[in-house]
Ligand binder design. Structure first.
Ligand code: F6P
Length: 546
Protein backbone atom coordinates (compact mmCIF):
# COMPACT_ATOMS: atom_id res chain seq x y z
CA UNK A 1 0.00 0.00 0.00
CA UNK A 2 1.50 3.35 -1.00
CA UNK A 3 0.48 6.93 -0.44
CA UNK A 4 1.01 9.59 -3.05
CA UNK A 5 3.60 12.31 -2.43
CA UNK A 6 0.93 14.90 -2.66
CA UNK A 7 -0.75 13.43 0.36
CA UNK A 8 2.01 13.97 2.94
CA UNK A 9 1.95 17.74 2.91
CA UNK A 10 -1.85 17.68 2.67
CA UNK A 11 -2.34 15.47 5.71
CA UNK A 12 -4.21 17.17 8.51
CA UNK A 13 -1.43 16.46 10.98
CA UNK A 14 1.19 17.89 8.61
CA UNK A 15 -0.78 21.10 8.14
CA UNK A 16 -1.31 21.31 11.89
CA UNK A 17 2.41 20.79 12.45
CA UNK A 18 3.23 23.61 10.04
CA UNK A 19 1.02 25.95 12.01
CA UNK A 20 2.34 24.67 15.32
CA UNK A 21 5.95 25.09 14.17
CA UNK A 22 5.24 28.77 13.48
CA UNK A 23 4.24 29.17 17.10
CA UNK A 24 7.10 27.11 18.54
CA UNK A 25 9.81 28.85 16.51
CA UNK A 26 9.68 31.91 18.73
CA UNK A 27 9.56 29.97 22.01
CA UNK A 28 12.86 29.49 23.78
CA UNK A 29 13.82 26.33 25.64
CA UNK A 30 14.51 28.62 28.63
CA UNK A 31 10.82 29.51 28.66
CA UNK A 32 9.68 25.92 28.24
CA UNK A 33 11.85 24.79 31.15
CA UNK A 34 10.84 27.66 33.40
CA UNK A 35 7.14 27.08 32.68
CA UNK A 36 7.42 23.43 33.60
CA UNK A 37 9.93 22.66 36.35
CA UNK A 38 9.40 18.93 35.78
CA UNK A 39 10.03 19.06 32.06
CA UNK A 40 13.38 17.29 32.38
CA UNK A 41 11.67 14.39 34.14
CA UNK A 42 8.63 14.28 31.87
CA UNK A 43 10.17 14.20 28.43
CA UNK A 44 12.07 10.97 29.02
CA UNK A 45 11.65 7.42 27.85
CA UNK A 46 13.30 4.11 28.59
CA UNK A 47 13.85 1.02 26.52
CA UNK A 48 16.08 -2.00 26.98
CA UNK A 49 19.06 -0.60 28.90
CA UNK A 50 18.81 2.85 27.31
CA UNK A 51 17.43 6.02 28.83
CA UNK A 52 16.43 8.86 26.52
CA UNK A 53 16.10 12.46 27.66
CA UNK A 54 14.39 14.41 24.88
CA UNK A 55 13.35 17.36 27.01
CA UNK A 56 15.88 19.68 25.39
CA UNK A 57 13.98 19.60 22.13
CA UNK A 58 11.91 22.50 20.82
CA UNK A 59 8.67 20.75 21.56
CA UNK A 60 5.63 20.82 23.78
CA UNK A 61 3.12 18.11 24.60
CA UNK A 62 1.15 19.31 21.61
CA UNK A 63 4.17 18.76 19.33
CA UNK A 64 4.39 15.15 20.40
CA UNK A 65 0.65 14.66 19.96
CA UNK A 66 0.81 16.08 16.44
CA UNK A 67 3.89 14.07 15.50
CA UNK A 68 2.23 10.91 16.77
CA UNK A 69 -0.83 11.78 14.75
CA UNK A 70 1.41 12.24 11.72
CA UNK A 71 2.88 8.79 12.31
CA UNK A 72 -0.61 7.34 12.50
CA UNK A 73 -1.82 9.14 9.41
CA UNK A 74 1.25 7.90 7.53
CA UNK A 75 0.46 4.35 8.55
CA UNK A 76 3.64 3.83 10.56
CA UNK A 77 2.04 1.14 12.70
CA UNK A 78 0.89 -0.81 9.63
CA UNK A 79 4.28 -0.42 8.00
CA UNK A 80 6.06 -1.78 11.06
CA UNK A 81 3.72 -4.74 10.97
CA UNK A 82 4.40 -5.24 7.27
CA UNK A 83 8.13 -5.42 7.95
CA UNK A 84 7.78 -7.83 10.86
CA UNK A 85 5.39 -10.03 8.95
CA UNK A 86 7.76 -10.50 6.05
CA UNK A 87 5.89 -8.53 3.38
CA UNK A 88 8.01 -7.49 0.43
CA UNK A 89 8.23 -3.87 1.49
CA UNK A 90 11.43 -3.32 -0.49
CA UNK A 91 9.25 -2.93 -3.54
CA UNK A 92 11.89 -1.89 -6.06
CA UNK A 93 13.80 -5.11 -5.43
CA UNK A 94 10.75 -7.22 -4.59
CA UNK A 95 12.25 -8.31 -1.28
CA UNK A 96 11.17 -8.69 2.29
CA UNK A 97 13.08 -6.70 4.90
CA UNK A 98 13.78 -9.00 7.78
CA UNK A 99 16.89 -7.92 9.64
CA UNK A 100 14.66 -8.26 12.72
CA UNK A 101 14.79 -12.05 12.11
CA UNK A 102 18.57 -12.02 12.55
CA UNK A 103 18.08 -11.53 16.27
CA UNK A 104 14.82 -13.32 16.80
CA UNK A 105 14.97 -15.96 19.56
CA UNK A 106 15.40 -19.52 18.40
CA UNK A 107 11.80 -20.55 19.03
CA UNK A 108 10.17 -17.59 17.38
CA UNK A 109 8.54 -17.47 13.99
CA UNK A 110 9.39 -14.83 11.43
CA UNK A 111 8.06 -15.79 8.04
CA UNK A 112 8.27 -14.64 4.50
CA UNK A 113 6.87 -16.44 1.48
CA UNK A 114 5.22 -18.80 3.94
CA UNK A 115 8.52 -19.97 5.43
CA UNK A 116 9.83 -19.40 8.94
CA UNK A 117 13.38 -18.08 8.47
CA UNK A 118 14.42 -18.27 12.13
CA UNK A 119 15.74 -21.88 11.99
CA UNK A 120 18.10 -20.96 9.12
CA UNK A 121 19.27 -17.89 10.99
CA UNK A 122 20.14 -19.99 14.01
CA UNK A 123 21.76 -22.68 11.91
CA UNK A 124 24.16 -20.05 10.54
CA UNK A 125 24.76 -18.67 14.03
CA UNK A 126 25.63 -22.17 15.21
CA UNK A 127 27.98 -22.68 12.28
CA UNK A 128 29.62 -19.34 13.03
CA UNK A 129 29.99 -20.22 16.73
CA UNK A 130 31.60 -23.55 15.89
CA UNK A 131 34.09 -21.94 13.53
CA UNK A 132 34.82 -19.08 15.93
CA UNK A 133 35.50 -21.47 18.79
CA UNK A 134 37.89 -23.48 16.63
CA UNK A 135 39.82 -20.37 15.60
CA UNK A 136 39.91 -18.84 19.07
CA UNK A 137 40.98 -22.10 20.72
CA UNK A 138 43.73 -22.66 18.17
CA UNK A 139 42.15 -25.86 16.86
CA UNK A 140 41.80 -24.29 13.40
CA UNK A 141 45.31 -24.21 11.99
CA UNK A 142 46.75 -22.38 9.05
CA UNK A 143 48.28 -24.24 6.09
CA UNK A 144 51.68 -24.58 7.77
CA UNK A 145 50.14 -25.70 11.05
CA UNK A 146 50.39 -22.31 12.75
CA UNK A 147 47.64 -20.91 14.90
CA UNK A 148 45.59 -18.00 13.47
CA UNK A 149 46.74 -14.79 15.09
CA UNK A 150 45.43 -12.25 12.58
CA UNK A 151 41.98 -11.80 11.09
CA UNK A 152 41.49 -9.48 8.11
CA UNK A 153 37.94 -8.65 7.06
CA UNK A 154 37.71 -7.63 3.41
CA UNK A 155 34.47 -5.87 2.55
CA UNK A 156 33.01 -2.44 1.89
CA UNK A 157 29.87 -0.48 2.82
CA UNK A 158 27.65 -2.65 4.95
CA UNK A 159 30.17 -5.47 4.74
CA UNK A 160 32.78 -3.26 6.40
CA UNK A 161 31.30 -0.34 8.34
CA UNK A 162 29.28 -2.52 10.73
CA UNK A 163 32.14 -4.96 11.41
CA UNK A 164 34.65 -2.12 11.98
CA UNK A 165 32.27 -0.18 14.17
CA UNK A 166 31.38 -3.24 16.26
CA UNK A 167 35.01 -4.33 16.59
CA UNK A 168 35.99 -0.88 17.86
CA UNK A 169 32.90 -0.59 20.06
CA UNK A 170 33.47 -3.97 21.71
CA UNK A 171 37.23 -3.91 21.83
CA UNK A 172 37.10 -4.05 25.61
CA UNK A 173 35.54 -7.52 25.31
CA UNK A 174 37.81 -8.74 22.53
CA UNK A 175 40.49 -11.40 22.47
CA UNK A 176 43.64 -9.29 22.51
CA UNK A 177 45.80 -12.15 21.28
CA UNK A 178 44.22 -11.84 17.83
CA UNK A 179 44.95 -8.83 15.64
CA UNK A 180 41.97 -7.56 13.63
CA UNK A 181 42.28 -5.50 10.49
CA UNK A 182 39.67 -4.23 8.03
CA UNK A 183 40.34 -3.62 4.37
CA UNK A 184 37.71 -1.80 2.35
CA UNK A 185 39.13 0.77 0.00
CA UNK A 186 40.20 -0.17 -3.51
CA UNK A 187 43.09 2.21 -2.92
CA UNK A 188 45.84 -0.42 -2.66
CA UNK A 189 47.34 1.32 0.33
CA UNK A 190 44.51 0.06 2.47
CA UNK A 191 45.49 -3.54 1.77
CA UNK A 192 49.25 -2.88 1.93
CA UNK A 193 49.10 -1.15 5.30
CA UNK A 194 46.69 -3.70 6.76
CA UNK A 195 48.94 -6.64 5.91
CA UNK A 196 52.43 -5.11 6.00
CA UNK A 197 53.37 -6.57 9.40
CA UNK A 198 51.33 -9.78 9.20
CA UNK A 199 52.61 -13.30 8.70
CA UNK A 200 50.45 -15.03 6.04
CA UNK A 201 50.88 -18.36 7.84
CA UNK A 202 48.98 -16.88 10.80
CA UNK A 203 46.43 -14.83 8.87
CA UNK A 204 42.79 -15.56 8.13
CA UNK A 205 40.92 -13.51 5.53
CA UNK A 206 37.16 -13.12 5.74
CA UNK A 207 35.85 -12.03 2.37
CA UNK A 208 32.57 -10.35 3.24
CA UNK A 209 30.29 -9.44 0.39
CA UNK A 210 26.60 -10.01 0.03
CA UNK A 211 26.86 -10.14 -3.75
CA UNK A 212 30.48 -11.31 -4.05
CA UNK A 213 30.77 -9.06 -7.09
CA UNK A 214 31.63 -5.73 -5.50
CA UNK A 215 34.62 -4.35 -7.37
CA UNK A 216 36.54 -3.07 -4.34
CA UNK A 217 36.07 -6.26 -2.35
CA UNK A 218 36.91 -8.61 -5.18
CA UNK A 219 40.02 -6.59 -6.10
CA UNK A 220 41.20 -6.67 -2.49
CA UNK A 221 40.35 -10.37 -2.15
CA UNK A 222 42.40 -11.18 -5.25
CA UNK A 223 45.35 -9.18 -3.89
CA UNK A 224 45.00 -11.02 -0.59
CA UNK A 225 45.04 -14.39 -2.37
CA UNK A 226 48.15 -13.34 -4.36
CA UNK A 227 49.83 -12.11 -1.19
CA UNK A 228 49.11 -15.40 0.56
CA UNK A 229 50.16 -17.59 -2.34
CA UNK A 230 53.36 -15.60 -2.87
CA UNK A 231 54.38 -16.42 0.68
CA UNK A 232 52.86 -19.87 1.21
CA UNK A 233 53.31 -21.24 -2.29
CA UNK A 234 50.46 -23.70 -2.66
CA UNK A 235 46.86 -23.07 -3.81
CA UNK A 236 45.78 -25.51 -1.11
CA UNK A 237 46.61 -22.81 1.44
CA UNK A 238 43.54 -20.84 0.34
CA UNK A 239 41.17 -23.27 2.06
CA UNK A 240 42.87 -22.71 5.41
CA UNK A 241 43.22 -18.95 5.15
CA UNK A 242 40.06 -17.76 3.41
CA UNK A 243 36.46 -17.92 4.47
CA UNK A 244 33.55 -16.10 2.88
CA UNK A 245 30.41 -14.39 4.07
CA UNK A 246 27.96 -14.04 1.24
CA UNK A 247 24.61 -14.86 -0.29
CA UNK A 248 26.30 -15.98 -3.51
CA UNK A 249 27.66 -19.54 -3.16
CA UNK A 250 28.44 -19.82 -6.86
CA UNK A 251 30.78 -16.83 -6.90
CA UNK A 252 32.37 -17.89 -3.62
CA UNK A 253 33.21 -21.29 -5.12
CA UNK A 254 34.49 -19.67 -8.31
CA UNK A 255 36.88 -17.59 -6.24
CA UNK A 256 38.32 -20.80 -4.81
CA UNK A 257 36.81 -20.73 -1.34
CA UNK A 258 35.33 -24.01 -0.16
CA UNK A 259 31.60 -23.37 0.36
CA UNK A 260 31.95 -25.41 3.56
CA UNK A 261 33.77 -22.33 4.79
CA UNK A 262 31.09 -19.98 3.63
CA UNK A 263 28.65 -18.34 6.03
CA UNK A 264 25.43 -17.43 4.37
CA UNK A 265 22.75 -14.87 4.71
CA UNK A 266 19.71 -13.92 2.67
CA UNK A 267 18.44 -11.40 0.17
CA UNK A 268 16.06 -10.06 2.83
CA UNK A 269 19.04 -8.65 4.75
CA UNK A 270 20.14 -5.31 3.32
CA UNK A 271 23.90 -4.62 3.36
CA UNK A 272 23.60 -1.75 5.83
CA UNK A 273 21.33 -3.86 8.05
CA UNK A 274 23.62 -6.87 8.08
CA UNK A 275 26.17 -6.40 10.84
CA UNK A 276 24.34 -8.86 13.08
CA UNK A 277 24.17 -11.51 10.35
CA UNK A 278 27.16 -13.63 9.31
CA UNK A 279 28.68 -10.31 8.21
CA UNK A 280 29.42 -10.04 11.92
CA UNK A 281 31.78 -13.03 11.77
CA UNK A 282 34.78 -10.82 12.58
CA UNK A 283 32.82 -9.37 15.52
CA UNK A 284 32.12 -12.86 16.82
CA UNK A 285 35.75 -13.85 16.33
CA UNK A 286 36.80 -10.81 18.34
CA UNK A 287 34.38 -11.07 21.26
CA UNK A 288 33.30 -14.71 21.19
CA UNK A 289 29.83 -16.21 20.63
CA UNK A 290 28.48 -15.36 24.08
CA UNK A 291 29.00 -11.64 23.72
CA UNK A 292 27.70 -11.81 20.15
CA UNK A 293 24.51 -13.45 21.38
CA UNK A 294 24.18 -10.81 24.09
CA UNK A 295 24.40 -8.18 21.36
CA UNK A 296 21.58 -9.92 19.47
CA UNK A 297 19.49 -9.85 22.63
CA UNK A 298 19.92 -6.09 22.80
CA UNK A 299 18.78 -5.77 19.19
CA UNK A 300 15.77 -7.95 19.84
CA UNK A 301 14.64 -6.01 22.90
CA UNK A 302 14.62 -2.83 20.83
CA UNK A 303 12.73 -4.61 18.02
CA UNK A 304 9.99 -5.74 20.39
CA UNK A 305 9.71 -2.28 21.87
CA UNK A 306 9.47 -0.70 18.43
CA UNK A 307 6.80 -3.13 17.38
CA UNK A 308 4.64 -2.85 20.47
CA UNK A 309 5.17 0.39 22.41
CA UNK A 310 2.70 3.22 21.86
CA UNK A 311 4.36 5.92 19.78
CA UNK A 312 4.27 8.38 22.71
CA UNK A 313 6.70 6.08 24.55
CA UNK A 314 8.33 4.43 21.58
CA UNK A 315 11.95 5.59 21.56
CA UNK A 316 12.83 4.91 17.90
CA UNK A 317 9.49 6.34 16.76
CA UNK A 318 9.94 9.45 18.92
CA UNK A 319 13.50 10.04 17.74
CA UNK A 320 12.52 9.44 14.13
CA UNK A 321 9.60 11.86 14.44
CA UNK A 322 11.81 14.48 16.08
CA UNK A 323 14.24 14.21 13.17
CA UNK A 324 11.29 14.79 10.81
CA UNK A 325 10.22 17.76 12.95
CA UNK A 326 13.57 19.49 12.51
CA UNK A 327 14.15 18.43 8.90
CA UNK A 328 10.77 19.46 7.56
CA UNK A 329 9.56 22.18 9.90
CA UNK A 330 12.81 23.87 10.99
CA UNK A 331 14.79 23.39 7.78
CA UNK A 332 17.60 21.60 9.63
CA UNK A 333 19.88 19.87 7.14
CA UNK A 334 22.01 17.73 9.40
CA UNK A 335 21.98 15.76 12.62
CA UNK A 336 25.13 15.32 14.67
CA UNK A 337 25.64 12.09 16.60
CA UNK A 338 28.13 12.69 19.37
CA UNK A 339 29.14 9.68 21.45
CA UNK A 340 30.99 10.47 24.67
CA UNK A 341 32.59 7.03 24.57
CA UNK A 342 35.74 6.62 22.58
CA UNK A 343 34.93 3.00 21.79
CA UNK A 344 32.07 4.36 19.67
CA UNK A 345 34.39 6.37 17.48
CA UNK A 346 33.22 4.63 14.30
CA UNK A 347 29.54 4.78 15.19
CA UNK A 348 28.87 8.03 13.29
CA UNK A 349 30.56 6.60 10.17
CA UNK A 350 28.44 3.48 10.45
CA UNK A 351 25.31 5.62 10.82
CA UNK A 352 26.16 7.58 7.71
CA UNK A 353 25.52 4.56 5.52
CA UNK A 354 22.56 3.38 7.58
CA UNK A 355 20.77 6.70 7.45
CA UNK A 356 21.81 8.28 4.18
CA UNK A 357 21.95 5.23 1.93
CA UNK A 358 18.51 4.38 3.29
CA UNK A 359 16.63 7.65 3.12
CA UNK A 360 18.72 9.73 0.72
CA UNK A 361 15.87 9.48 -1.78
CA UNK A 362 13.84 11.94 -3.79
CA UNK A 363 11.02 9.81 -5.12
CA UNK A 364 8.26 8.19 -3.14
CA UNK A 365 7.27 4.55 -3.27
CA UNK A 366 5.00 5.27 -6.22
CA UNK A 367 7.80 7.00 -8.11
CA UNK A 368 6.69 10.61 -7.81
CA UNK A 369 9.10 13.34 -6.78
CA UNK A 370 8.94 14.36 -3.16
CA UNK A 371 8.02 17.94 -2.40
CA UNK A 372 9.78 17.99 0.99
CA UNK A 373 13.23 17.21 2.31
CA UNK A 374 14.18 13.64 3.11
CA UNK A 375 17.24 12.32 4.96
CA UNK A 376 19.32 14.85 6.84
CA UNK A 377 23.08 14.45 6.72
CA UNK A 378 24.27 12.44 9.69
CA UNK A 379 27.76 13.03 10.96
CA UNK A 380 29.71 13.21 14.18
CA UNK A 381 32.78 12.54 16.23
CA UNK A 382 33.31 11.38 19.75
CA UNK A 383 33.27 13.96 22.51
CA UNK A 384 35.23 15.66 23.82
CA UNK A 385 37.31 15.86 20.63
CA UNK A 386 34.56 17.51 18.60
CA UNK A 387 34.24 20.25 21.22
CA UNK A 388 37.63 21.54 20.15
CA UNK A 389 36.76 21.37 16.50
CA UNK A 390 33.29 21.93 15.07
CA UNK A 391 31.14 22.58 18.15
CA UNK A 392 31.70 26.33 17.66
CA UNK A 393 29.35 26.15 14.68
CA UNK A 394 26.77 24.12 16.57
CA UNK A 395 26.74 26.70 19.39
CA UNK A 396 26.99 29.98 17.51
CA UNK A 397 26.69 29.24 13.79
CA UNK A 398 23.74 30.20 11.63
CA UNK A 399 22.50 26.65 11.16
CA UNK A 400 20.30 24.60 13.41
CA UNK A 401 22.00 21.27 14.10
CA UNK A 402 20.04 18.90 16.32
CA UNK A 403 22.43 16.68 18.28
CA UNK A 404 22.20 13.18 19.70
CA UNK A 405 24.53 12.87 22.65
CA UNK A 406 25.37 9.34 23.80
CA UNK A 407 26.86 8.80 27.24
CA UNK A 408 27.55 5.98 29.69
CA UNK A 409 27.51 6.10 33.47
CA UNK A 410 30.48 3.77 33.86
CA UNK A 411 33.76 3.72 32.02
CA UNK A 412 34.79 0.24 30.95
CA UNK A 413 38.27 0.86 32.27
CA UNK A 414 38.14 3.65 34.81
CA UNK A 415 41.19 5.88 34.89
CA UNK A 416 41.51 8.48 37.65
CA UNK A 417 39.07 11.39 37.20
CA UNK A 418 38.65 10.93 33.45
CA UNK A 419 35.12 9.62 33.41
CA UNK A 420 33.52 12.28 35.60
CA UNK A 421 35.27 14.91 33.51
CA UNK A 422 34.00 13.28 30.31
CA UNK A 423 30.43 13.12 31.62
CA UNK A 424 30.54 16.67 32.94
CA UNK A 425 31.36 17.72 29.40
CA UNK A 426 28.49 15.93 27.71
CA UNK A 427 26.02 17.34 30.22
CA UNK A 428 27.53 20.80 29.87
CA UNK A 429 27.23 20.73 26.11
CA UNK A 430 23.53 19.94 25.99
CA UNK A 431 22.91 22.54 28.73
CA UNK A 432 24.88 25.20 26.87
CA UNK A 433 23.14 24.42 23.59
CA UNK A 434 19.68 24.59 25.13
CA UNK A 435 20.01 27.58 27.43
CA UNK A 436 22.91 29.57 26.02
CA UNK A 437 24.02 32.77 27.65
CA UNK A 438 22.05 36.00 27.27
CA UNK A 439 23.27 39.46 26.44
CA UNK A 440 22.50 40.52 30.01
CA UNK A 441 24.43 37.63 31.53
CA UNK A 442 27.47 38.36 29.39
CA UNK A 443 27.27 42.05 30.21
CA UNK A 444 26.89 41.45 33.93
CA UNK A 445 30.21 39.61 33.85
CA UNK A 446 31.88 42.91 33.05
CA UNK A 447 32.38 42.17 29.36
CA UNK A 448 33.15 45.25 27.26
CA UNK A 449 30.16 46.35 25.19
CA UNK A 450 31.85 45.71 21.83
CA UNK A 451 32.71 42.16 22.88
CA UNK A 452 29.27 41.24 24.21
CA UNK A 453 27.71 40.10 20.88
CA UNK A 454 30.64 37.78 20.27
CA UNK A 455 30.19 36.11 23.62
CA UNK A 456 26.43 35.70 23.57
CA UNK A 457 25.07 32.19 23.10
CA UNK A 458 21.54 32.24 21.71
CA UNK A 459 20.82 28.74 22.98
CA UNK A 460 17.54 27.11 21.91
CA UNK A 461 19.56 24.48 20.07
CA UNK A 462 17.98 21.06 20.45
CA UNK A 463 19.49 17.80 21.55
CA UNK A 464 18.66 14.31 22.74
CA UNK A 465 20.73 12.58 25.38
CA UNK A 466 20.90 8.81 25.37
CA UNK A 467 22.34 7.36 28.53
CA UNK A 468 23.15 3.80 29.54
CA UNK A 469 24.97 2.18 32.40
CA UNK A 470 27.96 1.03 30.35
CA UNK A 471 28.78 0.01 26.81
CA UNK A 472 28.07 -3.71 26.83
CA UNK A 473 27.46 -5.91 23.77
CA UNK A 474 23.76 -5.89 24.65
CA UNK A 475 23.63 -2.11 24.88
CA UNK A 476 25.43 -1.84 21.55
CA UNK A 477 22.80 -4.08 19.95
CA UNK A 478 20.00 -1.90 21.32
CA UNK A 479 21.71 1.27 20.15
CA UNK A 480 22.13 0.01 16.60
CA UNK A 481 18.55 -1.27 16.42
CA UNK A 482 17.40 2.10 17.75
CA UNK A 483 18.91 3.89 14.77
CA UNK A 484 17.70 1.21 12.32
CA UNK A 485 14.17 1.90 13.48
CA UNK A 486 14.64 5.67 13.50
CA UNK A 487 15.50 5.29 9.82
CA UNK A 488 12.41 3.13 9.29
CA UNK A 489 10.21 5.74 10.96
CA UNK A 490 11.62 8.50 8.76
CA UNK A 491 11.15 6.40 5.62
CA UNK A 492 7.53 5.72 6.53
CA UNK A 493 6.77 9.40 7.00
CA UNK A 494 8.56 10.46 3.83
CA UNK A 495 7.01 7.53 1.96
CA UNK A 496 10.34 6.48 0.44
CA UNK A 497 11.93 3.05 0.21
CA UNK A 498 14.75 2.91 2.81
CA UNK A 499 15.90 -0.47 1.53
CA UNK A 500 17.21 0.09 -1.98
CA UNK A 501 20.21 2.14 -3.15
CA UNK A 502 19.87 2.73 -6.86
CA UNK A 503 21.78 5.99 -6.46
CA UNK A 504 25.10 4.15 -6.18
CA UNK A 505 24.72 2.29 -9.49
CA UNK A 506 25.55 4.92 -12.08
CA UNK A 507 29.00 5.70 -10.69
CA UNK A 508 29.79 1.96 -10.48
CA UNK A 509 28.84 1.43 -14.14
CA UNK A 510 30.80 4.45 -15.34
CA UNK A 511 33.87 3.32 -13.40
CA UNK A 512 33.69 -0.08 -15.13
CA UNK A 513 33.75 1.74 -18.48
CA UNK A 514 36.64 3.99 -17.50
CA UNK A 515 38.91 1.27 -16.05
CA UNK A 516 39.98 -0.08 -19.48
CA UNK A 517 40.43 3.47 -20.70
CA UNK A 518 42.97 4.06 -17.97
CA UNK A 519 44.63 0.66 -18.11
CA UNK A 520 44.67 0.12 -21.87
CA UNK A 521 47.77 0.59 -23.92
CA UNK A 522 45.79 1.36 -27.07
CA UNK A 523 43.80 4.59 -26.99
CA UNK A 524 40.14 3.87 -27.56
CA UNK A 525 38.10 6.81 -28.64
CA UNK A 526 36.86 8.60 -25.56
CA UNK A 527 33.16 9.23 -25.59
CA UNK A 528 32.65 11.09 -22.33
CA UNK A 529 32.00 14.78 -21.86
CA UNK A 530 34.93 17.12 -22.54
CA UNK A 531 35.85 17.44 -18.87
CA UNK A 532 36.03 13.69 -18.23
CA UNK A 533 37.83 13.09 -21.56
CA UNK A 534 40.38 15.74 -20.70
CA UNK A 535 41.01 14.33 -17.23
CA UNK A 536 41.43 10.81 -18.65
CA UNK A 537 43.92 12.06 -21.24
CA UNK A 538 45.85 13.97 -18.62
CA UNK A 539 45.97 10.91 -16.36
CA UNK A 540 47.25 8.76 -19.23
CA UNK A 541 49.94 11.28 -20.20
CA UNK A 542 51.17 11.74 -16.65
CA UNK A 543 51.06 8.00 -16.01
CA UNK A 544 53.40 7.48 -18.97
CA UNK A 545 55.85 9.99 -17.51
CA UNK A 546 56.13 7.92 -14.31
O1 F6P B 1 27.53 0.26 -3.18
C1 F6P B 1 26.61 0.15 -2.17
C2 F6P B 1 26.50 -1.25 -1.65
O2 F6P B 1 25.67 -2.00 -2.45
C3 F6P B 1 26.01 -1.22 -0.20
O3 F6P B 1 24.65 -1.11 -0.10
C4 F6P B 1 26.58 -2.48 0.33
O4 F6P B 1 26.58 -2.50 1.72
C5 F6P B 1 27.96 -2.43 -0.28
O5 F6P B 1 27.75 -1.91 -1.57
C6 F6P B 1 28.70 -3.74 -0.34
O6 F6P B 1 28.01 -4.70 -1.05
P1 F6P B 1 28.42 -6.23 -0.97
O7 F6P B 1 28.25 -6.68 0.43
O8 F6P B 1 27.53 -6.93 -1.93
O9 F6P B 1 29.87 -6.33 -1.39
Amino acid sequence: MTRTTFALTKLRSWIALEKHAEAIRSVHLRTLFSQDPKRGERFCAEVADLFLDYSKNRITDETIQLLVRLAEECGLRERIESMFSGEKINITENRAVLHIALRAPVNSNVSTDGKNVVPEVHAVLQKMSGFVNRVRSGEWKGYTGSRIKNVVNIGIGGSDLGPVMAYEALRHYSDRSITFRFVSNVDGIDFVEATRDLDPAETLFIVSSKTFTTMETMTNAESARDWLLRKLGSCEAVAKHFVAVSTNAEKVAAFGIDTENMFGFWDWVGGRYSMDSAIGLSTMLAVGPEHFFAMLEGFHEMDEHYRTAPFERNVPALMGLLSVWYTNFFDAHTIAVLPYENYLKRFPAYLQQLTMESNGKSVTLDGTNVTYDTSPIYWGEPGTNGQHSFYQLIHQGTRLIPCDFIAFVHALTPVGRHHDILLANVLAQSEALAFGKTHEQVKSEGTADWLVPHRVFDGNRPSNTIMADRLTPKVLGSLIALYEHIVFTQGAIWNVNPFDQWGVELGKALAQAIIPELEGTESPELKHDSSTNNLILRYRQMKEMK
